[in-house]
Design a protein around this ligand. Structure first.
Ligand SMILES: [Zn+2]
Ligand SMILES: [Zn+2]
Length: 293
């Protein structure tokens, strides 16, 4: 028999935020003040400004907003882009991306492979590189910016591919906003006990969050062999396991999945995750729950 490891807890408040945004400190069109005001006006709880190889110090802007500002950098030079959330310094953009991930992890940051399916080959991050690197905390399963660039905004297939190889990493949705029209395309909602940068970072690192392009998850948890999810606005909820296989589908805003015997017995299956589908292609993705013997 296996234990279903849920990263979620019964306590905490859901806080919505974007962990990928650019300003005039790199190639964004708006200064940090304007980007902060935009997200705050939309009711976001937290925001990470993440300019290319440039750390914008949130302390300069905390008096401006009640939003939690999480320091971040998008490590960009020298190779595929890597998000460093919880940055206290600019990590050297070493061409060896394993070295960058290791440094981020050593510094207690949250390391994410960004927009893996950007560009004409749909392989900004090659499969080989994604598979080789150990210790990522996450992968962008949705990057809003790529909607208006070559490639695919969604990358849940790469996520399932990596999870099925035994990599344990969380799925992140983000705007990657560079201008006004890029805002509120994809976000993360963390389950947190406090409204502080440290608490948000802790929730991200521990997978205590879900990712969304529009669907709101209200509760998600495990009770024995049952996985329970309720949403405000999903039309269809799917249970997915290794290699992206859809195990069960419920056409409702809530679902109770009884894990089938072949999953609970262990062996071939290593994780389950839940996809909540709503109107107009909106979705929410829970984090994987690992099936540990
Ligand atoms: Zn990028
Ligand atoms: Zn970016």
């Amino acid at each position: 028999m296996v234990t279903i490891r849920s990263p979620y807890e019964d306590s905490g408040t859901w806080l919505r935020g974007n962990v990928h945004a650019h300003t005039t400190e790199s190639d964004g069109t708006r200064p940090p003040e304007d980007v902060i005001d935009d997200y705050a006006a939309r009711g976001y709880d937290f925001l990470a400004l993440s300019d290319h190889d440039t750390l914008v110090d949130p302390d300069e802007y905390r008096s401006q907003t009640g939003m939690v500002l999480v320091p971040a950098v998008e490590v960009s030079a020298g190779g595929p882009h890597l998000q460093h959330v919880g940055a206290s310094t600019e990590v050297d953009p070493d061409e060896d991306r394993q070295a960058v991930v290791d440094t981020i992890d050593e510094n207690g940051g949250f390391a994410v492979a960004n927009h893996p399916k950007w560009l004409h080959e749909f392989e900004h991050w090659s499969r080989e590189e994604l598979s080789r690197i150990e210790g990522f905390d996450g992968i962008e399963i949705y990057n809003g910016l790529i909607q208006r660039h070559a490639g695919a905004a969604r990358a849940t297939d790469r996520w399932d591919w990596l999870l099925s190889q035994g990599h344990r990493l969380w799925g992140v949705a983000a705007d990657d906003s560079h201008r006004g029209g890029d805002v509120e395309e994809g976000w993360t909602v963390v389950q947190s006990d406090e409204r502080t940068p440290a608490a948000v970072l802790d929730a991200l690192r521990n997978g205590r969050f879900y990712s969304s392009t529009g669907v709101t998850v209200e509760t998600v948890g495990v009770d024995g062999n049952e996985l329970l999810v309720s949403t405000a606005d999903a039309d269809r909820i799917r249970l997915i396991s290794d290699h992206g296989v859809v195990q069960q589908t419920v056409d409702s805003s809530t679902a109770t999945f009884h894990l089938p015997e072949q999953l609970v017995r262990g062996g071939d299956h290593t994780y389950v995750r839940v996809e909540c589908l709503g109107r107009g292609g909106d979705a929410a993705w829970t984090q994987p729950m690992f099936l540990d013997s």
